[in-house]
Every structure is written in C-alpha cells, then in structure tokens.
Design a protein around this ligand. Sequence first.
Ligand code: NDP
Length: 611
Amino acid sequence: MALDTLERASDSGGQETPFDPEALRERYRQERDRRLRPEGNDQYVEVKGDFSHYIDDPYVEPGFTRAPLTDGVDALIIGGGFGGLMAGAHLRKAGIERIRIIEKGGDFGGTWYWNRYPGAQCDIEAYIYLPLLEETGFLPKEKYSYAPEILAHARRIGEHFDLYRDACFQTQIAAVTWLEEESLWLVTTNRDDRIRARYVVMSNGPLNRPKLPGIPGIDRYRGHSFHTSRWDYGYTGGDTTGHLDRLADKRVAIIGTGATAVQCVPHLGRHARELYVFQRTPSSVDLRGNSPTDPAWAASLTPGWQKRRMDNFNLLVSGLPQSEDLVSDGWTDIIRNLSAMVPARMAEGSAMKLEDLAREVELADFRKMNQIRARVDATVRDPKTAEALKPWYRQFCKRPTFNDDYLTTFNRPNVTLVDTVGRGVDSVAETGLIFDGVHYEVDCIIFATGFEVGTAYTRRAGFEVIGRGGQTLSDYWAGGMKTLHGFYSHGFPNCFHLGVTQNALTANFPHMLDEQVRHVVELIQQAAARQARTIEPTVEGEAGWVETIRSSPQMNQEFRRDCTPGYYNGEGVVSDGRGIFDELYGPGPVAFYDLVRQWRSEGGYEGLRIA
Ligand code: NDP
C-alpha cells in the first residue's frame, strides 16, 4: 500500500523517482547497525589532564586577575550565552537590579563566544534566532547571520540591558551551596569570590564541553591540533570570514562531518594545500539560500512581529500545519510537504489514524532525504565520493545542515574524502591518521567532533550544587534527573535550570529559552509579591512530574531507536536516560508551553511551594 501511495505521488507530481520504502527502511537499518558501538557515549575522551589545552580560551590574553568579590545579589546567573543574557534582560525588565552573571569566557555570547570557526553561521533563520530584536532595535543583515554578527548581538543585549556591570568574565564556578539559615545560595568561584544570591539561574548550555574521539593513539600525535570550538587562527591565519592564508603549505585533516564541519570545510578546502575530511557518517546537506534582508519587508514589520514569527515556525516544525509559513526554509519544508499531502489523503475520505499519519510523515521524510541524496549526485563529480556523501537515515536523526559550498568542496583537486564507512578513524600516529592501512601524513588535525552530551551533570557543568542538608545535585540525580517541569528540584530551593530535560525542546533554541526565562522571572516576581523567601517543588509535585515524563509515550522514542547513532539518541542507547532527548515532555513544545502557561494562570502553582 505504501508503494502504491508513492507511485501515485510520483506520477501526479511528475518529479519524483519512484522508490521502495521497505528497501529504504532496510538500508537505514543496515547503516545504523554498522555504526552502533557497545561503548556508546564512552567512546569519547574527557578533555582533561594532558588534553586540557584543547579547552583553553584562545580569545583572551593570559594573566587576567581581579580582586575577589564578596557581595550579595538577588539573582546570580550562571552562563553568559543567550540564556543568561535573556534571563538578565527579563530580570532587569522586572525591576530586579542586583544581578550577577558568571561566565567562564571573556565576554558574553556563550556558544557564539567559543565557536568562531571559519564559516560559523546560524542555521535557524536569524530573524527568529537572534533574541530580543525588537527590544534592541536591531535587524540582522541577512536571513542567516554569520558568527560575528551574532556575537555582536550578544554584546548588544549586554549593553542594552546594562548587564556588563553585573558580569564576571573569565570566572568559573567552584560550588553552589545552600545556606539554610539565611535562605540564600553561596556561590564560590575559582577567583575566590563568595557571592550570596537569593536565586540562582543555571544557564550553562547543553553543548558547552568539547569532546574528543577515543581513537587509539590520540595522545601520540606530534603535529598541531585543536578543536573547532577553540579555532587557532594563529596557526591557520585568517578569521571567521575565512582567508586562512597560513594553510597554503599545510596538509590538514579534519575529523567529523557534523554541522560544524559542514560550515568550516569549504574554507579549509579553499586554503589548505591538502585537506583530508575523515567521515564516519555524512550529514544531510540541504540548500542554504541565504539572502540579504529586504528593506521593504523590514519596514513592513509591526510590533510583536518577532514573537509571531517564532511561534509560527515552532508550530510548523512541531508538525502543526499553519495557513502561513513565515520563515519558509529547509526546516519547514518537510512539514510543508506533509501538509500538502495530508489534506489530499483526507479528501480521499479516509479518516487519518495516528499510525497512518506516522506513515505519511515517514514517506515525506523519505522524499526529503531522496532530494538531499539527489543534490549530492548533482553536485559532486566523482561518483564514488558522491555515493559516500549520501546520508542514509531519517532527516531528524542528526542535525540537518544547510550549506551551498560544502559539497562542491569535494570537487577540488586538493580535497579528499576519507570515508570510514561508519567505523571512524582506526588510529592516530605521531605524524597523522590511519585508516584501512593507509597512513595519511598531516601537519594539523582539527577535531570537529562535537560536545559532551549525556555525561554526568557535574562533569559537564564543572561544579557541584549542594542543596539542603548537604545533598549534592549529582547524588540527587544519580538515577536520572528529578524536577518539576524541568526547572527545579526538591531540596534545591530558588535554583532554576534552563535546559531541555523534563522540559520541551524547540528546533529554535532561543525560542525555548525565551519561554523558560519568562516562566522563571514570573515565579520570582510572584515570590516577591508574596514576600516569600523560597520557591521549591514539593516531593509529590516533583515525583508526579517525573512520572508524567516517564510514563507518557515519548513520541519520538521509537524513531530515535531506529536512528543512526549520534548525540541526539545517546549514541544509539536510547533508554538509559542519558541522551539529550531522552526525557522530553512527550506531547511536544507547543503542548508543554500551553501546560505551564495554564499552570501559572491558575495561580495555585500546584506542586510548587512559594513560602
Ligand atoms: P557533532 O556531534 O554533530 O559531530 C561530531 C562529528 O564527529 C560527527 O560527524 C561524528 O561522526 C564525528 N566523529 C566522532 N568520532 C569520530 C571518530 N572516531 N572518527 C571519525 N569521526 C568521528 O558536532 P558538531 O560540532 O558538528 O555539532 C554539534 C551541534 O552544534 C550540532 O548538532 C548543532 O546543534 C550545533 N551546531 C549548530 C550550528 C548552527 O546553528 N549553525 C553549527 C554547528 C553546530 P558520527 O556522526 O558518526 O557520530
């Protein structure tokens, strides 16, 4: 029956090559199976000890010192990325003046502070990705901003809301300890600060700790090497716009072909004498189609436009067809295909059952990925390389990417794709990388191998939170996170987490942060209005929510289990609670935001004690 559907669809559309869904399913299964590794997440090496230079901050001068701080604030925010900045902005708007933002980098920006690799660009439309555009009176130059514009916007938010005076840069938290008698948190840092805070907002970011692959011999290499999130422009020359002129006489290897590599490989290919791209799993690379901001469109915007645009995008990518697609790009494309198809099927008189809908979504996904694979054939001249660059999995198994220069880079004579057919690099030698018995001698290895996900909370955060009675958050969460709505835990009053677990995820991360920050600030205002000292979930409230999360069918659990391994699905180990998407609110972000909005509007804050 599925095949009939496709044959008809291809006949009427006239552009599709007919395909056999079961054959595709089987191919996807085989490709996944060859990549599954028993060690899952443990295949990666923690960046510490001999490897710790990989996370040194290349953007600050060494030797920064300042006097330790001993003061008290209303709210202390951990992390100066978009989450921390938005928390600061909304707290300011709510009239809360005494704020501190602790940030380990040398400025605001978070992920955009660290990730300055050549070609870095947001791949969610900038008009909805860059937060607080209306408040700061800024409109991005292009539909998809490059990293410098995004970093400058982070600084703009800092300036606009006067957050620089509250910021402690190049500072790392040592511990966060609850002082029961004072009902305050004591936050200590590596600069001997001792800051008391009524509220702590954790915005440490889900992808803040670079990881390295545990390839045998990784510590043996004697050439130059660095991780993409600490790009060494001193070595490569150039800057985030490219122009890597010092690579002209260098043989370079890059390991990894995820969203980061897709953006920097074109620059490496343009400038390196030789470039070897070591691939384990290809990314899906769709059309970028960037364009300058249209002044007429900009002039037509009316107040509230950014929120409306964010909501429209979120509804669409959450699978809720809308009459209008404001962003209209690769993210909404798959949903557009689907919404074009569903009414046609409905019109045939068949009431659509959930499994039929799932099947239709799968077919739309197959079509989308067929387009992605056809794009590779149309772009890459060498048939063997083209074949190796085709992704064989469903589109959202990995972060979809969008780039108009990545695939063409493989047509350059100085660029070689080393396809490791799912196995990864075999070993590292003193002078290069080894795969399948071939020794690739290189002057530099660039690790585009991503960030830690699914390791212990304190390992990723780099500090411990010690709540009531000396209970540590690591112990409390040893068997999995326990929260009410993902925000707070019993025994850790006035401590708020911004993140996805036991909460909801949106494709557009700043949208999620916006919803979360508004929630947290409203509760803080509520506590102030009641002259309450603490906000804390009850044991029952928290247990009820954990049960809701764990018992509600995780809509995408089966989907993720069938996916090729990656950090989206805990490297293929879906149900151990360590994957970034293991514990999301099943019905999705739109339902979750409705739920917490309703919960707040009822005024009783069921499951939460504000006292
Ligand atoms: P990823 O985790 O997505 O990619 C890591 C890459 O390293 C994968 O290709 C992985 O292969 C490969 N790899 C790991 N171990 C080995 C090995 N032993 N041998 C060979 N290859 C190996 O990291 P990224 O930095 O690319 O992206 C992380 C996230 O950051 C993205 O998912 C996205 O959320 C975000 N991002 C966003 C951007 C944006 O908004 N513009 C741009 C860049 C990143 P395999 O797939 O087989 O595991």
